[in-house]
Design a protein around this ligand. Structure first.
Ligand code: NAP
Length: 262
């Protein structure tokens, strides 16, 4: 399917690895020019080079920086000639027990997973509306629909973002101007983040990591983890010209793990 977005510019935050990279790859395949960000410059530059190989027709600009800081956001935005597509993403907060989290821990989580995407949306959304095209995808988590006890910081911050976006996406001044804002909610995807949490669990329980990964896969109806490619393909569809009537939605990509009819 031709997604109809060849030649557009996308700013994909936190895209040197994992789900953000999957989104950047899918958009590059469809001819979208890219600004990608991450904190670590080496991996980011390697990813930019991969994307240029994937589709030599697209421009790829890599901006190293922390997207949760004002400077990181300003640098990313300044590098993008025009943000037609914005993919909001950042690392997730650490797991733990809420009794151990002080105000600073909460502010950090809210900054990364709620206030940063809101700031990014604020910076680009009115320009999108003026031009009559805009696609914003917030990478959140399946925990928005089915909270995970030990991920309280994530449950809280991402639900705040989701609630805010539910109102914003329905503003006629955006929706009637072909600007959509949707959430993509990943369940378990095979990325460094997932493996990192499993390393922690392996150290705690003394079980081999492969056994823990296997057990986790078997909990999913598909008996496997999702891939960044699958995630990217869904993201690219949401960014396409065909998805203009779909806004304010929260789409679970979890292999059917959420056990609800609706
Ligand atoms: P990942 O494989 O660890 O990749 C994270 C990417 O984000 C890397 O490129 C990383 O590069 C970049 N990044 C992290 N913090 C950043 C920051 N402050 N500024 C700029 N770039 C930053 O993680 P992932 O699995 O793709 O996860 C992406 C998001 O989805 C996370 O919020 C995660 O919590 C959420 N999620 C993932 C899963 C899953 O199963 N994978 C499930 C639910 C939710 P640098 O480290 O170099 O900055």
């Amino acid at each position: 399917m031709d997604l109809g977005i060849t030649g557009k510019w996308a700013l994909v935050c936190a895209a040197s690895k994992g789900l953000g990279k999957g989104c950047a790859q899918a958009l590059a395949r469809d001819g979208v020019n890219l600004v990608i960000t991450a904190r670590g410059d080496d991996v980011l530059q390697a990813t930019a080079a991969e994307l240029r190989l994937l589709n030599p027709a697209v421009q790829v600009i890599a901006v190293a920086g922390d997207i949760t800081t004002a400077e990181g956001r300003a640098a990313a935005l300044a590098a993008c000639p025009q943000v037609d597509i914005l993919i909001n993403n950042a690392g997730g907060p650490p797991p733990g027990d809420f009794r151990d989290w002080d105000r600073e821990a909460w502010i950090k989580a809210l900054d990364a997973n709620m206030l940063t995407p809101i700031e990014m949306i604020k910076a680009v959304v009115d320009g999108m509306a003026e031009r009559g095209f805009g696609r914003i995808v917030n990478i959140t988590s399946a925990a928005v629909k089915a909270p995970i006890d030990i991920l309280g910081l994530s449950n809280g911050a991402r639900s705040g973002l989701t609630g805010f976006v539910a109102g914003l996406a329905r503003q006629p001044r955006l929706a009637s101007r072909n600007v959509t804002i949707n959430g993509l909610l990943p369940g378990p995807f095979d990325t460094d983040r997932l493996r990192g949490t499993m390393v922690g669990a392996a150290q705690k329980t003394g079980q081999p990591i492969e056994a823990l990964l296997d057990a986790r896969r078997k909990l999913n109806p598909t008996q496997r983890f999702g891939t960044a490619d699958e995630f990217g393909a869904a993201c690219a569809f949401l960014c396409s010209v065909h998805a203009g009537y779909m806004t304010g939605q929260n789409i679970l990509l979890d292999g059917g793990a959420y056990s609800g009819t609706f």
